[in-house]
Design a protein. Structure first.
Length: 209
């Protein structure tokens, strides 16, 4: 973690403008075409849901603005961020698991599966709310969602942490698609950066072989 130079930032005016908003968050939800990712997972016997998490966090780590956070009234940046995701328990409650970033999809999925297995041996609701080098993720596999509203408690320490959601995948014109939602703090990111994330994710999915 290092302090980010806001004064020489090309977005300084936008940062100062949106930083004072009572509700500074914006959300974009759109579909990703995941036919090739689904095929790749079937071919290599990989978890499709964990593969989606990897595609997201790999692409997020390629966009510097997605690694900016607030800390002590300053903006800080991270070299790498991890992903924390909801995990459904057998009793239909949920818990959180943090998955460290790995540089390959197979390595990430193997690591994440081990973390989930360990979690199942002693389930507890343990949200690490003070962690900043992370992206919060949820999966809602029952609904092909078109929008998302997140619960927030107004804690400034984690206001800059992006929140992403995957919905239920569906077929359209013989292609598999999945709804993907991104919610970010407008002082740190613009629609351009969210659009870039969708672009990078789709490109990585298309190039998997």
């Amino acid at each position: 973690m290092k302090e980010f130079d806001v004064e020489n930032w090309k977005r300084k005016d936008q940062y100062k403008f949106f930083k004072t908003y009572e509700d500074p968050f914006f959300n974009i939800t759109a579909n990703l075409e995941v036919t090739n990712l689904y095929r790749y997972c079937k071919q290599h016997h990989l978890s499709f849901s964990l593969a989606c998490l990897f595609v997201a966090i790999k692409s997020i780590n390629e966009i510097p603005e997605f690694k900016l956070r607030f800390k002590n009234d300053k903006v800080v940046s991270f070299d790498l961020v991890n992903i924390g995701s909801t995990v459904l328990n057998d009793d239909h409650t949920f818990s959180f698991c943090d998955f460290p970033y790995k540089f390959s999809i197979i390595e990430f999925i193997e690591s994440a599966k081990a973390i989930i297995e360990n979690h199942k041996k002693g389930i507890k609701f343990d949200a690490n709310e003070n962690e900043l080098a992370i992206v919060h993720c949820s999966t809602i596999p029952w609904v092909s969602l078109t929008s998302v509203k997140h619960a927030r408690k107004g804690d400034e320490k984690t206001m800059g942490v992006p929140k992403i959601v995957f919905g239920k995948w569906f077929e359209e014109a013989e292609l598999k698609k999945i709804p993907f939602s991104v919610e970010v703090h407008h002082a740190l990111l613009d629609g351009f950066h969210v659009g870039l994330l969708f672009e990078k994710m789709q490109l990585y999915i298309n190039e998997l072989a």
